[in-house]
Design a protein around this ligand. Structure first.
Ligand SMILES: O=C(O)[C@@H](CO)OP(=O)(O)O
Length: 249
């Protein structure tokens, strides 16, 4: 049986993960813990004998630096890299820069969870004049009017899937071990697609920072094992729980 491997890696802890702020497209750096998670992620790849041939990242430095640190730890800094905005985190609209606990307290749990995890309800759009807007960021100048001002998970799938089909899937089918260094919600979109998760059930799926998630795929790019395999399953379980509970403590 033909089988392919793809490695999903959410960036290590960012400064705004630590501060519990909605982040989205704001380009925040990793914390020291996040850098350590990225290096550990690379070591786990070596221990598993999984050496990437090509790396895909978003245009955001928390994913880019995570990929760099993981690949350095695996002595694979030299592999080809492709960056695309379609792998960016979900744009969090007017919530970008807001404290998750304060937002939960102000709007209540139902509204908070609808904005965080519903499939098709985006938060209110961000004003271009906001300090947390990307409307005038030169890195997105090529998007023109396509630059988002808010996104729900469905919007992320709609912008991510064409890139998956045009670029990532062909590399996988060419037999390359592909590393995708991206974000909690852009990777949730990919997992939804791969595992065929329903719009309702994807709400309860969370992805931890810095722990490689391996999918073995058959010739049709269908997972051999639904949900894939985390290289450090115990650490992943604890970290998934923490992401699910963000804002609630
Ligand atoms: O703030 C964000 O951009 C994301 C990921 O950190 O948060 P959440 O898990 O709440 O979607």
């Amino acid at each position: 049986m033909t089988s392919y491997k793809v490695i999903l890696l959410r960036h290590g802890q960012s400064e705004w993960n630590e501060k519990n702020l909605f982040t989205g497209w704001v380009d925040v750096p990793l914390t020291e813990q996040g850098r350590a998670e990225a290096i550990r992620g690379g070591e786990l790849l070596v221990e598993a004998g999984l050496l990437p041939d090509i790396v895909y990242t978003s245009r955001q430095k928390r994913a880019i630096i995570t990929a760099n640190l993981a690949l350095e730890a695996a002595d694979r800094s030299w592999i080809d890299v492709k960056r695309d905005w379609r792998l960016n985190e979900r744009h969090y609209g007017a919530l970008q820069g807001k404290d998750k606990a304060q937002t939960l307290a102000e709007f209540g749990e139902a509204q908070f969870m609808e904005w965080r995890r519903s499939y098709d309800t985006p938060p209110p759009p961000i004003e271009d004049s906001s300090e947390f807007s990307q409307a005038n960021d030169p890195r997105y100048a090529d998007l023109g009017d396509a630059i988002p001002r808010t996104e729900c998970l469905k919007d992320v799938l709609d912008r991510f899937l064409p890139y998956w089909e045009s670029d990532i899937a062909p590399d996988i089918k060419a037999g390359k071990t592909v590393l995708i260094a991206a974000h909690g919600n852009s990777l949730r979109a990919l997992v939804k697609h791969l595992d065929g998760i329903s719009d309702a059930d994807i709400a309860s799926l969370n992805i931890p920072t810095g722990i490689p998630l391996i999918y073995e795929l058959d010739e049709n790019l269908v997972p051999v094992k639904a949900g894939g395999t985390y290289l450090d399953a115990d650490a992943a379980a604890a970290a998934i729980e923490a992401v699910a509970n963000q804002g609630k403590h």
